[in-house]
Ligand binder design. Structure first.
Ligand code: GDP
Length: 430
């Protein structure tokens, strides 16, 4: 692997599988060397877990960089914000001694997830014949409202008339949908909307132009990190549609979702787990059999940070990783959770898929075809030795290095970081 460190004035950290790749940990490590950290898409459906000293922080909306004192944290226009959840997280961080006041800014152009969006999510998922496995937090309906040009943005909160019109429309829409679905209205919606609007008043104090802030920071010689949620296979355009999230998780989304031009981004780090997991519905071609699935889930602690849902596990999928490298324009890879594979006798990597039409080496666009492919595996020897203490590549067992070399070759992307545990110091910088 080539020598080199992660440089650049504006870097993006993007997930390259189905999310939960350990982006939180990588962002946490990289955050030390940057000045501003911004989220560019997603909502409270994403959960990043960060371990600092003996404390665990699970962050859903506020960038995980917040645990680094003094850094500016932004939520870009591409984010959809649940204001009640946001302040719950904000206040909980303050209560745990993290100074948040004055450090968090929210784009004026970001859309709000309102209580009626949550209800719509529930109605839609209850009635759907094809269940997506959403987290039910109203993210999809909020993005639908955005695309439907009826969304409520942070900047609108300062205009009482606009708020009233948009909220009435939103409440009316969900009530009609509930009536159609014969669902009972529990009468709590108005109360929840009222609470959201009160919290909205507080939110106005945090409103900012994130694109402008980022460009001014860059002009001032500062470094920026743009943090994605979920992963490439959940991207609205490039993911395994329709089993995807409602926004662009890929690096292009970092520009549109934060308000800067694509030429400002000079570094894109793709985070891949040393194996693959998937939560929610939809195909996972390299999925394990039941016994191995359970074993890896336990070894890797593969349960959702937001929902606690068990994640399905499988071998590393080089087709997906190579596809991610391409659509994100990766400049480097960060491989996480290598230690989770420490006890395995053999480790496989999918290098191609067998399909009824022949063997393919590119990740297919047809999600139903993906559900039927048979992966072609290359099997490497396991290292069966602990890697937790490794701090440089030379500390790793040779079989682990061989595995990483193969990942690098198959993805045609240099590995720049390897994570070997949950702690900050458990990292190899290549
Ligand atoms: P994210 O949404 O991509 O940040 O993923 P999660 O928050 O679900 O993170 C995955 C989990 O794996 C968290 O509990 C992390 O602390 C943990 N984790 C991250 N990197 C490593 C690693 O290298 N080894 C182990 N064992 N756990 C890790």
């Amino acid at each position: 692997m080539p020598e080199g460190s992660i440089s650049g004035r504006c870097l993006v950290v993007v997930g390259c599988q189905w999310g939960d790749e350990g982006k939180g940990k990588i962002v946490d490590v990289l955050a030390e060397d940057v000045d501003v950290i911004a989220r560019y898409q997603g909502g409270a459906n994403a959960g990043h877990t960060v371990h600092v000293a003996n404390e665990e922080f699970v962050l859903h909306q506020i960038p995980s960089g917040v645990v680094h004192p003094g850094k500016r944290c932004l939520l870009g226009n591409g984010v959809v914000l649940d204001v009640l959840d946001f302040f719950e997280e904000y206040d909980a961080l303050e209560a745990r001694g993290i100074e948040v006041e004055g450090r968090v800014g929210v784009s004026q152009r970001a859309h709000l997830v309102m209580p009626y969006h949550r209800l719509l999510d529930k109605v839609a998922e209850d009635r759907a014949t094809q269940k997506i496995g959403t987290t039910g937090r109203g993210i999809g309906p909020a993005y639908e409202a955005k695309a439907g040009r009826r969304g409520l943005r942070v900047v609108d909160l300062a205009n009482a008339d606009r708020v009233e019109t948009l909220v009435e429309e939103g409440i009316g829409r969900v009530r009609r949908r509930m009536a159609d679905a014969d669902m009972e209205d529990d009468g709590r919606l108005d109360e929840a909307v009222e609470a959201a609007l009160i919290a909205g008043e507080r939110l106005q104090g945090l409103a900012t132009d994130t694109g402008l802030e980022i460009m001014e920071a860059i002009r001032g010689g500062k470094r920026i990190l743009l943090e994605g949620a979920q992963g490439t296979a959940l991207d609205l355009d490039h993911g395994t549609y329709p089993f995807v999230t409602s926004s662009n998780t890929t690096a292009g989304g970092a520009a549109t979702g934060s308000g800067i031009g694509p030429t400002t981004i000079d570094t894109v780090i793709g985070v891949v787990k040393a194996y693959t997991t998937r939560v929610g519905n939809g195909p996972l071609p390299t999925g394990f059999d039941e016994v191995m699935d359970e074993r890896l889930r336990e070894l890797g602690g593969e349960f959702g940070a937001t929902t606690g849902r068990p994640r399905r596990c499988g071998w590393f999928d080089a087709l997906l990783a190579r596809f991610s490298a391409r659509v994100n324009g990766l400049t480097g890879l960060a491989v996480t959770k290598l230690d989770v594979l420490d006890t395995l006798h053999e480790i496989s990597i999918a290098t191609a898929y067998r399909t009824p039409g022949g063997t393919v080496e590119e990740f297919p666009a047809d999600t139903w075809q993906l559900g039927k492919v048979e992966p072609v595996y290359e099997t490497l020897p396991g290292w069966q030795a602990p890697t937790h203490e490794a701090r440089k590549l030379a500390d790793l067992p040779s079989a682990a290095r061989r595995y990483l070399d193969r990942v690098e070759e198959l993805t045609d992307t240099p590995i720049q970081m390897v994570s070997v545990g949950t702690r900050r110091r458990q990292i190899i910088r290549v």
